[in-house]
Design a protein around this ligand. Structure first.
Ligand code: LHQ
Length: 264
């Protein structure tokens, strides 16, 4: 696994906390931070002790997208191949986030701009500090929204709001993002980490297999017919019904006690 202080990694009680850590650059992505985040997500996938992920940022910002200093056009040379950057760095991370069958909570602690905003939106449950804002900054520098932004914004918000946000690059404050259903909720700044950690903790103590299958089903629903979705629910329920956590959940209910799920 890649070791780097650009992403702080801590595992506690089943929650793998990944903290983007280039605060002097508002946690914008350089190659090292890309690889460190990907390694963290890969660990979440591979390590059975990880039962939920909490993604957040160090300092006053969540993530300002790509580090624009990395590709200073004033230095001359041929135009960069940004498609290659997406294929090599962003897209694998986005695919990992969506394919990870464990809940990913995102605590947006401050500004989330460009690809930083869209990585947050790819997480499963997004909480944001009330002072945080989401900016589709791409239009200001002649680029198109990436990191899944055109996909998630248009699906979640519909074309009118997706287009307005992307074409104007106007900041969207956390409370409005929550009102629009773009994120789960906006909370007081000082409550963000305690609330997001408690949520991640309770998900980590949950029936991991069932939660992972639920994530799979909800993501598949966007492109499935009802018929295909009903078949998929049948298959996933069959699998969930064979899990030790299902037996524990029902036993605990019948015994009027709290279940002790083991993630199996
Ligand atoms: C930064 C950055 C940054 C470097 C703040 N880079 N230093 C994919 C494929 C390949 C390439 C291209 O991109 C992509 C995807 C993308 O993400 S494109 C979009 C890239 N991001 C942006 O365009 C956002 C640029 N940043 C901003 O507009 C502002 O910094 C925001 C609105 C995020 C925050 O504004 P303020 O709160 O006023 O903070 P600030 O601008 O003063 O920034 C603080 C420091 O962080 C500052 O450094 P300094 O040394 O002057 O204190 C900034 O230069 C640095 N910083 N974002 N992306």
């Amino acid at each position: 696994m890649t070791q780097s202080d650009t992403v702080l990694v801590a595992l506690n009680d089943g929650v793998l906390r990944l903290t983007l850590n280039r605060p002097e650059k508002l946690n914008s992505f350089n190659e090292e931070m890309h690889l460190a985040l990907r390694a963290g997500l890969q660990r979440a996938h591979d390590d059975a002790d990880v039962r939920a992920v909490l993604l957040t940022g160090a300092g006053r910002g969540f993530c300002a997208g790509q580090d624009l200093g990395d590709r200073d056009p004033r230095k001359g040379g041929p135009a960069p191949d940004l498609g290659h950057t997406l294929e090599t760095f962003y897209n694998p991370t986005l695919r990992l986030l969506r394919a990870l069958e464990k809940p990913v909570v995102c605590a947006v602690n401050g500004v989330a701009a460009g690809a930083g905003a869209n990585i947050a939106l790819a997480c499963d449950i997004v909480l944001a500090a009330k002072s945080a804002k989401f900016i589709q900054a791409f239009a200001k520098i002649g680029l198109v929204p990436d990191a899944g932004g055109t996909w998630s914004l248009s699906r979640i918000l519909g074309e009118p709001r997706a287009k307005a946000l992307a074409l104007t690059a106007e900041p969207l404050m956390a409370e409005k993002a929550a009102d629009w259903g773009l994120i789960w909720k906006a909370v007081e700044d000082e409550a963000l980490l305690p609330e997001a950690s408690a949520l991640a903790q309770s998900l980590a103590a949950g029936p991991t297999l069932g939660l992972g299958l639920t994530k799979r089903l909800i993501q598949a629903a966007a492109t499935n017919s009802l018929d295909a979705q009903l078949d998929m629910e049948r298959d996933c329920q069959r699998q969930a019904g064979r899990s030790a956590d299902y037996a524990e959940g029902v036993t605990a209910f019948l015994e009027k006690r709290k279940p002790e799920f083991r993630g199996q």
